[in-house]
Design a protein around this ligand. Structure first.
Ligand code: 4AD
Ligand code: MG
Length: 469
């Protein structure tokens, strides 16, 4: 036998002309097996894809053939064979097996073809990640993160990392995780924004990308306690410019995912045509206009409050969450309040692309938001709501750049001024209008992949009742 080269399935698929007829060794895991007396059809998973390897009894060592008939799922194996073009294979080829080497025989695998509940799958998340659907989601998440970085890196932004230990709250004090920091109290960061404001005054256009933490005490399908957020911040940018940036950025991400993953999205059951509609311009509504639209839909009886997305399983925690989300009757949206999940769903379902809602009531928004000079009941902020009922994916706006206005906001929010002195300095030394936003990666993955719950969008989710694996 000539020397086999070690290769990965994905690399062979990408260059089939070169590999056709070649002897290769694939290193992976047994995903599935079908056998007749004389042939084993082995599905080999190697991290890039799953390939059918055909093992014919009379062409291999008899012991190896017998071993293969007893191998449990997820045993690790090395398979050597010849690459054969095959039009019936989704990859365009299969492997004609010459030799099989068992690296480690697996115990009986706990995740079987039968339906499992959410709690069971989440308890086995470390293994569940190997299944084809979860594999696709993680790869799309990777593409989204790469697109996020490429967008900012290609548009003059500098990456500036924000700290995770912080001395203060950014997004309200009710969902802070406190940590012991030697003899002091510290918190896990809720957002890198305030640090990005400092960095924007040094670099003009910056972004940070990292994990952020919120002690969310309710179970909802949109909240994690640890999630990844990308936060651009730009000096000399107003709210209009901020909305343009968010719009352009979201179009770039969706285009990238469609270019690379249309087939993957279809395997998830995602309506790809709906994603193709994500093109500029996005509708822009004031909060007041949005409230009127929601209430009109409620009054007309056309309000569509169905939660978005599909799921890999229909039992356990999933069912509980539905009860948490559900309310018996629709409550009208209010002009003086923020939106709840249901209002975001109803509004998002009125449009075929993301909708930008700006100028929420000043009183209900974070302390750092700039007041609208045209209407002092409004903040110069924007939320982007995904279509099809996936809810808020972006929150941001123009920041208060006036020292006195900011001081009075810190006081009004009952926040300790001392810890914000450095932040106030940004208004003392060359203050400029500036804006930014935060995009939640998991909400974005849920929307783009069409997933009902954020728990499947991150490799190891952290939620109220889940800290392991
Ligand atoms: O709207 P948020 O709270 O905005 C901020 O933190 C700003 N300081 C960002 C900025 O302007 N630099 O959060 C931004 C986004 C939300 O739109 C949502 O996508 C995501 O972060 N997010 C969460 N995702 C998952 N679980 C949670 N508990 C989330 N909270 C916010
Ligand atoms: Mg928000």
């Amino acid at each position: 036998m000539t020397e086999a080269t070690t290769a990965r399935i994905g690399a062979i698929a990408a260059d089939l002309d070169q590999f056709e007829g070649q002897l290769v060794t694939l290193e992976g895991w047994l995903y599935n097996r079908r056998s007749s007396g004389k042939i084993h059809f082995l599905q080999l998973r190697d991290g890039t894809a799953t390939l059918q390897c055909v093992m014919v009894k009379k062409e291999v060592d008899p012991d190896a053939f017998a071993d293969a008939s007893k191998l449990p799922q997820e045993s690790s194996i090395r398979v050597t064979g010849v690459v054969k073009r095959d039009e019936r294979s989704p990859l365009g080829f299969e492997l004609g097996v010459k030799a099989l080497d068992v690296v480690s025989k697996a115990d009986e695998y706990p995740i079987s073809k039968k339906e499992h509940g959410v709690a069971f799958l989440m308890d086995h998340r470390h293994l569940w990640l190997r299944s084809s659907r979860q594999h696709v989601i993680v790869r799309i998440r990777h593409t989204i993160i790469k697109a996020v970085r490429d967008y900012f890196d290609g548009n003059g932004f500098t990456l500036v990392d924000a700290p995770v230990f912080t001395p203060n709250a950014v997004e309200g004090t009710s969902n802070l995780f406190g940590v012991e920091y030697f003899d002091r109290q510290a918190f896990l960061t809720q957002s890198g924004q305030l640090y990005m404001e400092a960095a924007a005054m040094a670099h003009g256009k910056v972004y940070c990308f990292g994990p952020t933490f919120r002690a969310e005490k309710s179970k909802t399908r949109r909240h994690l306690t640890e999630f990844w957020m990308v936060e651009p911040e730009v000096a000399y940018l107003d709210l209009e410019g901020d909305m343009d940036l968010a719009e352009d950025f979201l179009c770039f991400i969706v285009e990238r995912v469609l270019a690379k993953h249309t087939e993957d999205l279809k395997t998830l059951g995602r309506d790809v045509d709906a994603l193709r509609k994500v093109k500029k311009p996005f509708p822009r509504l004031t909060h007041a206009e949005a409230v009127d639209l929601i209430n009109k839909a409620i009054d007309d009886g056309t309000a569509d409050r169905r939660p978005a997305g599909t799921e890999s399983m229909q039992h356990g925690e999933g069912a509980d969450d539905e009860q948490v989300d559900a309310t018996p009757t629709l409550t009208r949206a209010r002009h003086d309040d923020d939106f709840g999940a249901e209002e975001e769903t109803i509004l998002g379902r009125l449009f075929d692309r993301p909708v930008l809602v700006h100028r929420y009531p000043y009183a209900v928004k974070a302390f750092y938001m700039k007041r609208d000079p045209e209407d002092d009941t409004r903040a110069l902020c924007v939320d982007v709501l995904a279509p099809e009922g996936f809810g808020e994916i972006v929150g941001g706006g123009q920041r208060e750049d006036d020292l006195d206005a900011l001081l009075s906001r810190i006081e009004a929010h009952g926040l300790p001024q001392e810890v914000f002195e450095w932040y106030l300095d940004l208004r003392r030394y060359g203050s400029v209008p500036h804006s930014g936003f935060g995009l939640g990666i998991e909400r974005t993955v849920a929307w783009i992949c069409g997933l009902h719950h954020v728990r499947e969008t991150i490799p190891f989710p952290r939620m109220l009742e889940r800290l392991s694996p």
